[in-house]
Design a binder for this molecule. Structure first.
Ligand code: ZN
Length: 133
């Protein structure tokens, strides 16, 4: 039985058993039932607010979870990008060489050149043989 039902049951008892046989008692029981009604109403309002807060918190929790997922995805993307950048410049595939003409360093890919092919300096544009060591 809910609070409302219990109060209604009590009201039925008071009416049915003619408990309030004087105007004074009638007034007393009416006030008693009225007080209980107010109490039940306050409880219901409290419960409503509680449920609203609960819904709000659940929604907030969901939003935070989504944000966390987005953030994780972003961080993962960033990490992947860095990884690719690093792979683009693999030190094993590239060699550093100093141009004998202008003295500037540059990177080239040994695998892309024939053994007796001239290297072309990107700074001064002059071809030269890679010094064998
Ligand atoms: Zn040069």
């Amino acid at each position: 039985m809910s609070s409302r039902e219990k109060i209604a049951y009590l009201r039925g008892l008071i009416d049915g058993q003619k408990v309030a046989d004087t105007p004074e008692k009638e007034k007393f029981f009416a006030a008693l039932v009225d007080a209980l009604d107010s109490l039940a109403e306050a409880m219901e309002e409290h419960e409503e607010v509680h449920n609203e807060l609960n819904d709000y918190l659940e929604q907030l929790d969901e939003d935070v979870s989504e944000l966390e997922d987005d953030l994780d995805a972003l961080i993962e993307d960033e990490y992947d990008d860095d990884d690719e950048d690093y792979e683009d410049f693999d030190e094993e595939e590239y060699a550093s060489v100093t141009c004998p003409e202008c003295g500037k360093d540059f990177y080239y890919e040994p695998a892309a050149y024939e053994e007796d092919e001239d290297l072309l300096c990107p700074h001064c544009g002059k071809p030269f043989k890679y010094p064998e060591d």
